[in-house]
Design a protein. Sequence first.
Length: 209
Amino acid sequence: MTFQLTDEEGSFLVHLAREAIILHLRSGEKMKPPLGTPPALKTRCGVFVTLNKVKGGEKELRGCIGYPEPTAPLVEATIDSALNAAFSDPRFPPLREKELAEVVVEVSVLTPLQPVRVKDPREHLNHIKVGVDGLVVERGWNRGLLLPQVPVEWGWDVEEFLAHGCLKAGLPPDAWLLSGTKIYKFQAIIFEEEEPGGKVRRRTQPSDG
């Protein structure tokens, strides 16, 4: 059965992520899960928080970190992911308070990882749907994750998606064709602010098929 979240629960998570960042910026403190947290958000789930800076109607990534696996309650994982995306993403300097007015917050709640099992690696092309599936590429100690919205935003087809998943894992782009490379897929419930600090909208909901 697909994990579901209501629009209200999604809005709660997005507002929680922004508030956690604001609290840390102003006091250095880490937010605790609010007493009024909806019960569904105490379920263990994978989650990623993405920060995008909006410039002239275009989005520019400002940070993205999360929990690929359901190792912590969703409310706690969202707080941790928000702080890590804002202050610990190695690709960017720590977020400054004055940037908040330009940043939209996006929360992606992940379904469990599902191994893609094939006899011929080329068959992976038939089992991954752009715009529906997220991707994890794993080989040895190397592991890379790309959220379902990434290939859509970049205009990638399935083969390009797999190649960039390999690059994200620190592997050659054709490593998905090698024996021993593991491919996993997942889906995501995605909520994002329509504008910095504004109304939250639902972007996607996992399908049952």
